[in-house]
Structures are given as C-alpha cells and as structure tokens.
Design a protein around this ligand. Structure first.
Ligand SMILES: [Zn+2]
Length: 138
C-alpha cells in the first residue's frame, strides 16, 4: 500500500445484497428491513429475517432518531487516514425502530457524549458512490 493509499479513508464496497441500502443513503434515507411475517426490524441488510427466517423483507426509511446506547471516544487513530479525525466518538445508537447500529458523532465535542443522549441521523457524502450515516446531538 502506498503512502497516499494509506492516508485515504477506506470506504465500503456495496455488493448485490447491500446496493439498495447504499443507494438509499445517497438519496438521504437510511433503509431498514421490515419483516412482513413477524414484524421484526433489522438494520444490517441480509436476504432473510434474523428472527423468523422469512424472505418477505421490505425496505423502509428509518425516522432518523435514536439514543446513544453505548459509546467510546477514540484518541489514537486506527491508521493514517483517521489522524485528522481524532478525537472522535464511536456510537452504538439504538434507533427508535429498535435496531442498534454503529456510527460516529458529528457536530459536537466527543467529550460531551452521554449514555441515552438523543441523536439524529445526518448524512456525510464520502465519495461519488458512498454516503455515510452519522449522528449528531438532537
Ligand atoms: Zn421475520
């Protein structure tokens, strides 16, 4: 890996299972999968319901609200690409729909994050193809 590559942030590579999810983010929507059979809601995209195994899944945009279930403040960059970002807060957000997702805080001091803090979804365009879901204090 060259120095330039190492300094570039790694971005997700959408595949067939996750293409709709990444397209949704580009359109300003965080898509959750709702099971038509058992009503389970899941965040991470997969072909079947994790609760009942049904394939009858439907994409619906999240309302974009949640609470900080857990968090960690990163002071040492995991690689050169993240050096400019430290310190930053990695959040485990519990969405109002139920699923929990890992993301990062934007727009306020990471030292101000608390458990159960209300957060709202925001979108960060990282490249022409990739928009990342992030959260800010609500
Ligand atoms: Zn189900």
């Amino acid at each position: 890996m060259s120095v330039e590559d190492a300094a570039r942030r790694p971005l997700p590579a959408p595949d067939a299972d996750t293409a709709a999810f990444w397209r949704g983010l580009q359109e300003g929507k965080l898509l959750l999968q709702h099971c038509r059979r058992c009503r389970h809601v899941q965040y991470y995209q997969q072909a079947t319901c994790r609760q009942c195994g049904s394939e009858e899944l439907e994409h619906r945009p999240a309302r974009g609200r949640g609470k900080v279930h857990s968090f960690s403040v990163v002071h040492r960059a995991p690689g050169p690409a993240f050096k400019a970002d430290v310190p930053y807060a990695v959040l485990l957000v519990e969405l109002v729909e139920g699923p929990r997702m890992i993301s990062t805080l934007t727009g306020s001091n990471p030292a101000d994050v608390t458990f159960d803090m209300d957060v709202e979804l925001t979108f960060e365009r990282a490249s022409d193809d990739i928009t990342l879901p992030r959260f800010r204090k609500a």
